[in-house]
Design a binder for this molecule. Structure first.
Ligand SMILES: [Fe+2]
Length: 309
């Protein structure tokens, strides 16, 4: 834990551990807890009953296992020429311990996708409490078929145990930290922050610290919520998830809920804030219940290009 405190910041680690402990023994005393499906233990059962009653349970589950591969072209003015055409495979909101058939579908989807690196933007565990071991067991099947190297951040569903679980598999977890890809003497920086939605232990300044202003840098954040701060710190691209694109949407992909106080404009797909571009993944998994409607699960291949001419 001493090493982790030095990496993410002592106060941030202290805060995360205290909040994890509190979450595990939560009694759901507050009104907001009952209005928030993720914190309502019976929400999944209620939605399951409603979908079963209207004959849509099986279709919702089928939809959740039909994971598509999306493509997103990004033009970055400061991208070094050596990284022209660089591809990043982006997986978010994996929620792996929902069941083996889903993990099988995800492994089949990503196997053989040739990219230059892979980024994971958090939420490996299905629930928000309990052991991380089932999610880590599923990661043992998934990580070997991902393009290497793999960089990751934690989400609001993730316990700190996932840092060790992921790093044991060779994934570099960025806890308010940064790493650098090298190609032909040029550099592309990838920073990552801890969860800014529930734990709020993110530290964008720490993740960016020491980078010259002209450097090309990508920020991984579970949620798009701190997008304005990320833009103010000069990041070129922010990759996020968390919202699931709504997961259960009205026809046309209109979300009922996004569990995100950020504007709907940054809650799904590509967006922009000043000079920073962003992309919020709809996620490849599900939370609360393994069902999706009008919002197919997706893994995304981002293709990086220089400024548009
Ligand atoms: Fe999620």
């Amino acid at each position: 834990m001493t090493a982790l405190a030095a990496r993410m910041g002592e106060e941030a680690l202290k805060q995360r551990l205290a909040m994890e402990k509190e979450q595990d023994s939560h009694h759901y005393r507050h009104v907001e807890d009952f209005l928030h499906p993720e914190h309502l233990p019976s929400a999944g059962r209620m939605i399951h009953r409603v979908l079963t009653a209207v004959g849509l349970r099986a279709r919702g589950r089928r939809n959740a296992r039909r994971i598509r591969v999306g493509h997103n072209r990004v033009h970055l003015g400061r991208l070094p020429e050596a990284f022209e055409g660089c591809t990043l495979l982006h997986l978010s909101d994996l929620h792996l311990d929902v069941g083996r058939p889903y993990v099988d579908a995800l492994v089949d989807t990503v196997r053989g996708l040739a990219c230059d690196a892979c980024v994971l933007t958090g939420d490996y565990r299905f629930g928000i409490q309990g052991s991380c071991a089932p999610a880590i067991a599923a990661l043992e099947r998934l990580v070997p078929v991902l393009p290497q190297p793999v960089f990751a951040v934690l989400g609001n569903h993730d316990g700190i145990a996932l840092v060790e679980g992921l790093e044991h598999l060779g994934v570099r977890v960025l806890m308010n930290e940064r790493t650098t890809l090298q190609r032909g003497g040029a550099q592309l920086h990838i920073a990552g922050i801890d969860d800014a939605h529930y734990f709020r232990t993110h530290d964008i300044a720490r993740a960016r610290d020491g980078l010259p202003p002209e450097a090309c840098a990508i920020l991984l954040s579970h949620t798009p919520e701190p997008y304005r701060v990320a833009a103010a710190h000069g990041f070129d691209l922010m990759l996020s998830g968390h919202t699931h694109g709504g997961q259960i949407c009205l026809p046309g992909g209109i979300p009922l809920l996004t569990d995100c106080p950020a504007p709907r404009g940054v809650a799904r797909g590509a967006w922009r804030c000043g000079h920073m571009q962003g992309f919020t993944s709809v996620g490849c998994g599900c939370s609360i219940i393994d069902a999706r409607f009008h919002c197919p699960p997706e893994v995304t291949v981002h293709v990086l290009h220089g400024a548009m001419t």
